[in-house]
Ligand binder design. Sequence first.
Ligand SMILES: NC(=O)C1=CN([C@@H]2O[C@H](COP(=O)(O)OP(=O)(O)OC[C@H]3O[C@@H](n4cnc5c(N)ncnc54)[C@H](OP(=O)(O)O)[C@@H]3O)[C@@H](O)[C@H]2O)C=CC1
Ligand SMILES: O=C(O)[C@@H]1CCC=N1
Length: 265
Amino acid sequence: MKNRGICIIGCGNLGKSIANGLLNNKELSPSNITVTRRTLSKITDLKDAGINITSDNVMAVRNSNIILLAVKPYNVSKIINEIRSEIKAEQHILVSLATGLSTSEISEMLEHKIPVFRAMPNIAANIRESITCICDKNAIAEEVKMVKFIFDSIGESLIINEELMEAATILGACGIAFVFRFIRAMIQGGIQIGFDANTAKQIVSQTVKGAAEMLQKNNNHPESEIDKVTTPKGCTIVGLNEMEHRGFSSALIRGIVTSFEKIEK
Ligand SMILES: NC(=O)C1=CN([C@@H]2O[C@H](COP(=O)(O)OP(=O)(O)OC[C@H]3O[C@@H](n4cnc5c(N)ncnc54)[C@H](OP(=O)(O)O)[C@@H]3O)[C@@H](O)[C@H]2O)C=CC1
Ligand SMILES: O=C(O)[C@@H]1CCC=N1
């Protein structure tokens, strides 16, 4: 990977999170990373860290091997039109991060047949804690390994079938927003029962981190961990039951399904 150039076209919320995450990858030199957007004043910190910043998408593509397309879905065809003639079969791999556009739709916009990937990270890429689901069209094993290397370096990654890409978008990419909303509600509850906002945030964040890490490390089902907390006739079970009476699990499931229905339209 050392001599491969990576460009991120559209260095906004997601693109910048990825760029920040990649900065900590010792196998990638910041000078091999180029990011683009029109408003460069918003990414001068990346320039200070050694990443090339530019508004020139064509130059960025010309000097790179792996193109991460991180613009809004409605800007994808316009950007591909702009860079199409620079995309070379022997030089490039294209990774689209755009929601809802298939690898076939992207491939059809291109002049040459090149490996096209879709990847769905989340903004925790910023601290190298993303989960990224990846699928591809026309890629060989070595190219898959290369793309996986990039996303493994900003968290974890999974190769999935393309038909699950929309579901992956909801659970992983939108999912982090759902988790933040849960955390916010916990903090609001914590303030109501006596903590100041900062202390409540510290307690809740570490509690959520501990719960997530327990599941990652011991592979148990969440309910079997809940059983270890709930004392018969105790204060945990009454809280949990009240949450369920109020539709807690149902609200989450319905939110996930509603987001999925929106993306499937
Ligand atoms: N945000 C998220 O958590 C996730 C987003 N995605 C997908 O990633 C993509 C990007 O989303 P997000 O980062 O939220 O969007 P943003 O709007 O934050 O980022 C897109 C960036 O593209 C830049 N841009 C627009 N036009 C051009 C152009 N002609 N040349 C270069 N850059 C351009 C914009 O900057 P400027 O106006 O300065 O040019 C903007 O900062 C979307 O397709 C989204 O579906 C996927 C997973 C998670
Ligand atoms: O809300 C959206 O449409 C995008 C897709 C995943 C995260 N943000």
